[in-house]
Design a protein around this ligand. Structure first.
Ligand code: AGP
Length: 608
C-alpha cells in the first residue's frame, strides 16, 4: 500500500525522504515522489516506477530542510507521473501526500472545478490540496486550514502537508490510515510505518484516528480533528533491529523470514510457557481465571493468512479448552451487522496491526460492547491499541509481502492461548505438561524442516510447471492446506485451491487427473486412514500426489513426500505449514517471479 515519509530538521530532507521511501518499498507501490520547501517555494520530483528511478531524477543540489515523500499504490487513476504524489495546488505553494481513499472526491472535484480550479491528475488526493489552498488565506496557520479541509472529507486518510510559506512545520493527520511520528535530536520525522524511521530514531508516537499533529524541528503537538483540543501522547520505543530490514545475504526477504522462524517462534514463546503449573503465562490478556472461564465461545477475526492462522487457533482452542471456537474473515464480519455476545471472547489477528478490515471489525465489536483481544505483531499499531488486551507475537518485522514467520508465530500464540484457556477449564495437568513440552520442542523441529530446503526446492521446481494445484487436509490439516494454497498463489501465481479432504468426493474430484497435482496434508493422527483412502481415490484417477506428513506412505499413494518431525497431534499443524512456505518460495523462484514484490499485492491493506 501507499507509504508516507516526512522530515523537518537541519539536514537536507531529500536524501532522508528517499531512504525512507526505499524502506517502504516492501509495502508495494507503483510510483513515488518527494517535495521539499525552500526559500518560499516547493521543489518537487515524482514519477511512475521505482524509488531508484525517482532518486535519479532528484539533482544533487536539491536543498530544503523540510520535505514530504510518498510511494503510491494506485486506487484513483492509473500509475502515471501526473497521478503520483505529492500533489500541489495551482499556486504550487502547498503539497500533500495521502494514503487512503476520499469517498466524496468526485463531488468535491465537481464543486472545485465549477469554481475554476484546474486539476492536474485523476486522483482523489488532489481534491484535498485544492481545498487546503482555498482555506489558506493570508495569516491562516497551516494546521487550521488542514483541519478545516478535512472536515469536508469523507473517507480514510493518513496525510502529510507542506506549505512553502510556512516551512518551519509539517502537518500530519490520521483517520483510518497510520501515521507515526519519529522524535530525533532537533529533528522530527513522520511516516506511515516505523520501518521508514528506525534508521534515525527509536522514539515514536502513534497518532490515533481523528488526530492531527503539527511537527516542527524541535518537537510536535497533537490535537483533535473535531475541536482542535490538545491531546497528550506518550512516546514509545521501537525494539526492532535495523538489521531486520536487510536480506542478510538471503536472495529474498521471504526466504530470510522462513529461515528466521526457529528464532521468531522462540521469541513468541519466551517467558510464556509456565511448566510449573503446566499452563501459559499471558499477563497481557488482562483477564483473571474467573473471567476466562466465563466465556462460552471464541470468535477469531483476521484477513488472508491471519484468518487462516485464526482457523488453526480455533481448532486449538476447541481441542485444548473445549470451548466452541470459530474463525471468520474480518472483511466479511464487519459488513454483516454481526451479533455481538457478552459471553463470547473476540480475538483479532494481524501482523501489521493496521489492516483496515480487521480494525473496522474490532471497532464494530467494541461499539457493541464486546471484549476483543489482539494477537498482533506490530507494537503500538492501531489494532493493538484498539483491543482490550492481548499478545504481541515478537516475531520481528515482517518485510516480505507473503506472511510466513508471523503466520507461524500466530499459530504458536494461539497454542498458548488455548493452553491457558484449557487449564482454567478441564485440560489436565498431564496434558498441560505434554503441550508445554511440545511448544518448547517447536524451534528445534522447525530448524530440522528448514534443513530440508534443497529437497523441497527440487520438488517445487518439479511441480511448478503445472497450471494449478489442489491442497487438501482434514480437520487440523485443512487450515494448513488453505495457507499452503494461499502462499503458492501469492508468490508463484500458480492457481491453487484448498479443500477439506473429506469434501473431495462431493465435487472437486471431477477436476483430478494427471494434469492437476494434489498437495495432501497427512499427519499421523486419528484421521490417517481416512486421509490415505482419499489419496487412493486421487491416485485411481492418476492425479499426482505430494504428501506432507510424518510417515512416507506406500509409493502407490504418493509419488513424493515431505516428512516433518512429530510433535503433539494438536501442535503438528504448526510444523506441517513450514515446508509449504519453502515449496511456494521455490516454485516462485523456478517460475522466475519477483518474490518480494508479488503482482497486485501490498503488504498492509490499509484501505477498504
Ligand atoms: C499473507 O501472505 C498476505 N499477504 C495477506 O493475506 C495478509 O495476511 C493479510 O492481508 C492480513 O494482514 P495483517 O496480518 O497485517 O492484518
Amino acid at each position: 500500500m501507499c507509504g508516507i515519509v516526512a522530515y523537518i530538521g537541519s539536514r537536507d530532507a531529500a536524501p532522508i525522504l528517499l531512504e525512507g521511501l526505499q524502506r517502504l518499498e516492501y509495502r508495494g507501490y507503483d510510483s513515488a515522489g518527494v517535495a521539499v520547501a525552500t526559500k518560499g517555494t516547493l521543489k518537487v520530483r515524482k514519477s511512475k516506477g521505482r524509488v531508484g528511478e525517482l532518486a535519479a531524477l532528484v539533482p544533487a543540489r536539491f536543498a530544503g530542510k523540510t520535505g514530504i515523500g510518498h510511494t503510491r499504490w494506485a486506487t484513483h487513476g492509473e500509475p502515471s507521473d501526473a497521478n503520483s504524489h505529492p500533489h500541489l495546488d495551482g499556486a504550487e505553494r502547498i503539497a500533500v501526500v495521502h494514503n487512503g481513499i476520499i469517498e466524496n472526491a468526485d463531488e468535491l472535484r465537481a464543486k472545485l472545478e465549477a469554481e475554476g480550479v484546474v486539476f492536474q491528475s485523476e486522483t482523489d488526493t488532489e481534491v484535498l490540496v485544492h481545498l487546503i489552498a482555498s482555506l489558506s488565506q493570508e495569516g491562516v496557520e497551516l494546521e487550521d486550514a488542514v483541519r478545516a479541509a478535512l472536515k469536508r472529507i469523507v473517507g480514510t486518510y493518513g496525510i502529510a502537508v507542506l506549505d512553502a510559506q510556512q516551512p518551519d512545520k509539517i502537518v500530519v493527520a490520521r483517520n483510518g490510515s497510520p501515521i507515526v511520528l519519529g522524535i530525533g535530536e532537533k529533528e522530527m520525522f513522520a511516516a506511515s510505518d516505523v520501518s521508514a524511521l528506525v534508521r534515525y530514531t527509536r522514539q515514536v508516537v502513534h497518532l490515533d484516528d481523528g488526530e492531527l499533529a503539527t511537527v516542527r524541528a524541535d518537537g510536535f503537538n497533537t490535537f483533535t480533528q473535531e475541536d482542535a483540543r490538545a491531546t497528550a501522547k506518550q512516546p514509545s520505543t521501537v525494539d526492532w533491529e535495523e538489521a531486520s530490514y536487510d536480506t542478510a545475504g538471503h536472495a529474498h526477504f521471504l526466504l530470510k523470514e522462513i529461515h528466521e522462524q526457529p528464532a521468531s517462534v522462540e521469541r513468541t514463546l519466551s517467558g510464556r510457557v509456565d511448566e510449573r503449573f503446566s499452563t501459559a503465562h499471558l499477563g497481557g490478556l488482562n483477564m483473571d481465571a474467573r473471567e476466562a472461564r466465563a466465556f462460552r465461545r471464541v470468535k477469531i477475526l483476521g484477513c488472508g493468512s491471519a484468518y487462516y492462522s485464526g482457523e488453526l487457533g480455533a481448532q486449538l482452542i476447541e481441542e485444548l479448552a473445549r470451548i466452541p471456537a470459530h474463525a471468520e474473515p474480518a472483511s466479511e464480519f464487519r459488513y454483516r451487522n454481526p451479533v455481538i455476545e457478552a459471553d463470547t471472547l473476540y480475538i483479532a489477528v494481524s501482523q501489521s496491526g493496521e489492516t483496515y478490515d480487521t480494525l473496522a471489525a474490532v471497532q464494530e465489536i467494541k461499539r457493541k460492547g464486546g471484549r476483543v483481544l489482539g494477537v498482533v505483531n506490530t507494537v503500538g499499531s492501531a489494532i493493538a491499541r484498539e483491543c482490550d488486551g492481548g499478545m504481541y507475537l515478537h516475531a520481528g518485522p515482517e518485510i516480505s509481502v507473503a506472511s510466513t514467520k508471523a503466520f507461524t508465530s500466530t499459530a504458536v500464540a494461539f497454542a498458548l492461548i488455548a493452553l491457558h484457556l484449557g487449564r482454567v477449564h478441564d485440560l489436565s495437568p498431564a496434558d498441560g505438561t505434554r503441550i508445554c513440552a511440545g511448544l518448547k520442542a517447536l524451534p528445534g523441529q522447525i530448524r530440522e524442516i528448514v534443513a530440508q530446503e534443497k529437497e523441497i526446492a527440487e520438488l517445487a521446481a518439479k511441480y511448478a510447471s503445472h497450471d494449478g494445484m489442489m491442497f487438501i487436509g482434514r480437520v487440523r490439516g485443512f487450515p494448513v492446506a488453505r495457507e499452503g494454497a494461499q502462499k503458492l498463489k501469492e508468490v508463484s501465481y500458480v492457481h491453487a485451491e484448498a479443500y477439506p479432504a473429506s469434501e473431495l468426493k462431493h465435487g472437486p474430484l471431477a477436476l483430478i487427473g494427471p494434469e492437476l497435482p494434489t498437495v495432501a496434508i497427512v499427519p499421523d493422527d486419528e484421521l490417517l486412514e481416512k486421509n490415505l483412502t482419499t489419496l487412493g481415490e486421487i491416485r485411481a484417477r492418476r492425479g499426482p500426489v505430494l504428501m506432507v506428513g510424518h510417515t512416507r506412505p506406500d509409493a502407490k499413494l504418493a509419488e513424493d513426500a515431505i516428512l516433518v518431525p512429530r510433535n503433539e497431534p494438536e501442535l503438528d499443524p504448526i510444523l506441517l505449514g513450514i515446508p509449504l512456505q519453502l515449496f511456494a518460495y521455490y516454485a516462485a523462484v523456478a517460475l522466475e517471479r519477483d518474490v518480494d514484490k508479488p503482482r497486485n499485492l501490498a503488504k498492509s491493506v490499509t484501505v477498504e
